[in-house]
Design a binder for this molecule. Structure first.
Ligand SMILES: *[C@@H]1O[C@H](CO)[C@@H](O)[C@H](O)[C@H]1NC(C)=O
Length: 306
């Protein structure tokens, strides 16, 4: 037994020493070189200026937009929003470039004119990043629904922001694996009312942004009724004439905040709101209500601030 044990300890010590060796500069060598590779694509000349090796600058944990875990020395957050030279126009991202960051928790790629992913190098390449909880892809040019299918495999995600892209359908969005998702923003894409049935299966959702996504006419919030953890719902900026609950009651009992700006429904809308017992914050600026709305028509909320 003794020999085996000693051998195991020796191996552990060796592994430890070699890990220390990689970490001598404060960040892992393979993560540093992955960052330098990323810099070719995230190339705004005014950003990431201290991303270079040499002159005692090899600790990538102190580089701009990078946060490391102080114990493991591994990169846990990358803020690459608005970091691509805009005059280069749309481009396709090789998601494998992020593959070395095994402890990554937060990735912000907003505002980089990304039109999609390089073939076979999409978000499915990050399935081993099981710490990834926060993925921000807003203000890009994504339109391929396969991106959505790859993203919906990421069961670790808690926050997924896809606002102001060019998605048109959620057909490939398979919600069943996103069992930890708490915030989803789809605002500013080009969907229609059918989107409600797709998001309705995301039962862990607390915050849902559906602003400016092409909802029209009569919207039946009954379709969202399975979202029993929902606390905030944003559905402003659509052409909604009327919000109804086809069953006349709702499971959305935790909903505390509802944003309805830019809605043209009449006072019947306000009565529907009486169905939300926890509503604390209701915002409906710029609405074009037909006829006068008196406060009598507002349901009696306990904690309502308008
Ligand atoms: C994508 O990036 C990975 C990692 O750097 C690389 O190995 C691969 O060749 C790249 N794929 C393409 C198609 O450029």
């Amino acid at each position: 037994m003794g020999f085996k044990c000693v051998r195991m300890w020796l191996m552990l010590i060796l592994i430890f020493i070699s890990l220390q060796g990689w970490r001598i500069e404060g960040c892992l060598k393979q993560e540093r070189s992955a960052l330098l590779q990323l810099k070719h694509f995230f190339n705004d000349p005014y950003k990431l200026q201290n991303w270079f090796e040499g002159n005692g600058n090899s600790n990538c944990c102190v580089w701009e937009s990078v946060i490391c875990n102080s114990i493991t020395g591994r990169v846990i957050s990358l803020d690459l929003d608005y970091t691509r030279s805009q005059e280069l126009g749309e481009w396709y991202l090789n998601v494998s470039l992020f593959s070395p960051f095994r402890e990554l928790e937060t990735l912000d790629l907003r505002g980089n004119l990304i039109a999609g992913c390089v073939e076979n190098e999409g978000f499915e390449r990050l399935s081993h990043l099981t710490n990834l909880v926060d993925l921000e892809l807003g203000y890009n040019m994504f339109n391929d629904s396969h991106v959505l299918s790859a993203l919906s495999q990421h069961s670790s995600l808690k926050n997924l922001s896809l606002y102001y892209n060019q998605f048109r359908e959620l057909n490939h969005f398979n919600a069943s694996r996103l069992s930890n998702l708490e915030l989803l923003s789809l605002s500013g894409n080009m969907f229609n009312n059918s989107i409600l049935s797709y998001v309705s299966t995301l039962s862990s959702l607390k915050v849902l942004y559906l602003g400016d996504i092409g909802l029209k006419g009569i919207v039946d919030l009954q379709e969202l009724d399975s979202l029993s953890n929902l606390e905030e719902l944003y559905i402003g900026g659509n052409e909604i004439k009327k919000i109804v609950f086809s069953k006349g009651e709702t499971n959305l009992r935790k909903l505390t905040s509802l944003r309805l700006y830019g809605i043209s429904g009449g006072s019947s809308l306000l009565q529907t709101l009486g169905l939300f017992p926890s509503l604390e914050s209701l915002i409906f600026n710029y609405n074009n209500f037909s006829g006068a709305v008196t406060t009598d028509e507002l349901p009696s909320f306990k904690n309502l601030t308008i």
